[in-house]
Write a protein that binds this ligand. Structure first.
Ligand SMILES: [Zn+2]
Length: 331
């Protein structure tokens, strides 16, 4: 029996390897696992044991499970150097080939997935360049996920991504189509319909009923045509190129124009193309601002007058106080 002091590198390596499982992997304590795999790697290397490479791969994997994507990338690169069927235990069995394929996918997918949670603010920013760039990233990752759809996600479990590749792929594809549809709708609503319907289809295969429904509603709005009450132009794309403006619509106006096709007026609103709407809005806004400035000027004038009045009253009070105290003195 060998005491610690006289242990060979090979024995030390085996000890560390065992600890990496007992204290780390088996208890899902990835920092402990990483610490011992690193030591195991160093001892194996000194002993000239090829198992060093396995320990190194497991070290990088353990580090990555705490969310370190650089380590995950390294693990993926190292995995390619092993024969495809080499198995590792983390604690379930995984083959080198599975790591080599899934790790780089996750390295790309995780940041995209994070950014996707904020897609609404990207859309409302209206920044077409950024929307287009993100659509391309989504499309590229979805393509790679769909290409591997026959595989079972294994490493994903450690990163909260257990869903099948296929489902994830269709979801990203749906969002990329939706972003492109929104951009296209600004230039040509009719042409954007096709992109909307593709997005809707992919949301459905990706099992996302709610976004599919929302996209359908949006697509219907984009497809709608109406006539501007002000300029009489026929416009496509509700809420993009025309809006409903609250208005006082008398029974006479309503009965006379309600049935016009395309729609131009309704109960309590008129249709306004974006140009007419914005012209009215901008003009009324500047008129309101001018009235506000006028009112503020008038207010300032009144303030100055009041201040002068207060000063006069103060002077009178002082005089009266002086007289009262002189009366007391005399008394
Ligand atoms: Zn108009």
């Amino acid at each position: 029996m060998a005491f610690g002091l006289f242990k060979s590198d090979a024995e030390k390596a085996e000890d560390e390897w065992r600890k990496a499982y007992e204290k780390g992997i088996n208890q899902k304590r990835w920092d402990e696992a990483a610490k011992h795999f690193k030591k195991a790697y160093e001892h194996y290397r000194k002993a000239g044991d090829p198992k060093a490479e396995e320990a190194l791969l497991l070290f990088y994997l353990s580090v990555s499970f705490s969310g370190n994507l650089d380590a995950l990338k390294k693990a993926g690169e190292l995995a390619k150097k092993f024969p495809p069927n080499t198995t590792f235990r983390i604690p379930f069995e995984i083959r080198a080939e599975d790591i080599a394929v899934e790790a780089p996918l996750l390295v790309r997918e995780i940041p995209v997935r994070r950014a996707l949670s904020d897609v609404d603010s990207l859309i409302s920013s209206g920044d077409e360049g950024k929307m287009e760039a993100f659509a391309s990233r989504l499309e590229s990752i979805s393509k790679d996920l769909l290409m591997n759809s026959s595989r079972k996600p294994l490493l994903g479990e450690f990163f909260g991504l257990k869903e099948p590749f296929e489902k994830r792929g269709y979801r990203y594809l749906a969002y990329s189509k939706l972003l492109r549809a929104k951009i296209q709708a600004l230039y040509d609503p009719q042409q954007s319909i096709e992109l909307y319907s593709e997005a809707m289809g992919y949301f459905k295969v990706g099992n996302m009923a709610q976004p599919a429904e929302e996209v359908t509603e949006e697509m219907n709005r984009v497809g709608k045509v109406a006539k501007c009450w002000f300029c009489g132009r026929t416009i496509q794309g509700e809420e993009i190129h025309y809006v409903r403006m609250p208005a006082e619509v008398t029974p006479y106006l309503l009965s006379k124009f309600r049935d016009e096709k395309p729609e131009t007026v309704g109960d309590g609103y008129v249709i306004a193309c974006r140009a007419c709407y914005s012209a009215i809005y901008i003009t009324s806004d500047s008129i309101a601002r001018r009235y506000y400035q006028m009112a503020m000027k008038k207010l300032e004038q009144v303030r100055q007058e009041l201040l002068a009045e207060i000063q006069r009253l103060n002077a009178r009070i002082n005089r009266l106080e002086g007289r009262i105290s002189s009366l007391r003195w005399e008394g």
